[in-house]
Design a protein around this ligand. Structure first.
Ligand code: AMP
Length: 282
């Protein structure tokens, strides 16, 4: 695996690969890698000839300074894991390399209702920051395929929209959520949970399963209220949302109908760690 910290050196290397018509797969991450990230790398390796991974903790997507400051950094372990997966290239830029003077503030992207629903509402500015960094990374790497995890479902929808509105020439591949044995979605933030919180955290998965198994028996509103109460009862300190939404638009669903694909999404705090997860309902 070759590690690049400078954009110019990375691009120089990629140019030679592209001129020999190698298909580039790209996996953007914020590091503290776990098996969920590695699954994205494996998927890229099965369909692309060259896999580029980036590790960059993007300051512009954190609406909570403490979350940014406490974001785990495990670069040496990450490099080892990527070597084991035979990733070809690791891009490891600094903040100044990514955002030279003047690039931090930019015109907002038109994200439609994705900007105001769910995490758009609870994390103001977050998706603009995500778009800013992903657009910059895509401009640098210019991959054929971009690999993102379903774990961040709204983020996938936002990036799909970014690709459409900017005309970026890359296709998005959404990779299923990788879970721990008890169902908890793998997340870099899980290491911040105490042993007790780690056990309590599985309630998110259990509630998603309960919602999925109850589709059609009661209303979405009743199900989301029930799940919210169950999370609070299980030790979660705050529930931002339990939502049942149209899986395409992410608009809330008032009822289950046969012709709409539905998804359940949860964001909740356990202590001061915010966890998110989702499950397609049909
Ligand atoms: P992050 O480093 O958390 O920004 O995540 C980088 C990429 O890994 C994003 O596309 C995430 O959706 C994806 N990802 C994170 N956790 C998981 C997981 N448990 N399963 C699959 N993909 C994941």
């Amino acid at each position: 695996m070759i590690i690049f910290k400078k954009i110019s050196a990375l691009q120089h290397h990629l140019d030679s690969l592209k001129s020999s018509k190698k298909a580039i797969g790209f996996v953007p991450t914020m590091g503290a890698l776990h098996d969920g990230h590695l699954l994205l790398v494996q998927q890229s390796k099965t369909v692309c000839e060259v896999t580029v991974v980036s590790i960059f903790v993007n300051p512009t997507q954190f609406n909570d300074l403490t979350d940014f400051e406490k974001y785990p950094v495990t670069i040496e372990k990450d490099c080892l894991q990527l070597e084991q997966q035979h990733a070809d290239i690791l891009f490891l830029p600094s903040v100044t390399e990514m955002y030279p003077e003047g690039m931090m503030n930019q015109k907002p992207f038109d994200l439609g209702i994705l900007e105001t629903v769910l995490d758009g509402h609870y994390r103001p500015g977050h998706f603009q920051g995500v778009c800013q960094v992903v657009k910059r990374l895509l401009d640098i790497v210019q991959p054929k395929q971009l690999f993102l995890g379903q774990k961040d479902y709204q983020q996938c929808k936002v990036i799909q929209r970014l690709i459409t509105v900017t005309g970026i020439n890359a296709s998005l591949v959404i990779v299923p959520t990788q879970r721990e044995k008890d169902g908890l979605a793998m997340s870099s933030r899980n290491v911040r949970l105490t042993d007790e919180q780690r056990l309590q955290a599985t309630a998110i998965y259990q509630q998603l399963i309960h919602v999925r198994d109850s589709v059609g028996t009661v209303s979405p509103l009743y199900l989301t209220q029930q799940a919210t109460a169950a999370l609070l009862h299980s030790g979660f300190s705050k529930v931002d949302y339990v939502a049942i939404a149209d899986a395409e638009s992410l608009e809330p669903l008032q009822s289950f109908s046969d012709n709409k694909k539905a998804i359940a999404l949860i964001a909740a705090f356990i202590g001061n760690v915010r966890l998110i997860d989702n499950m397609l309902l049909r």
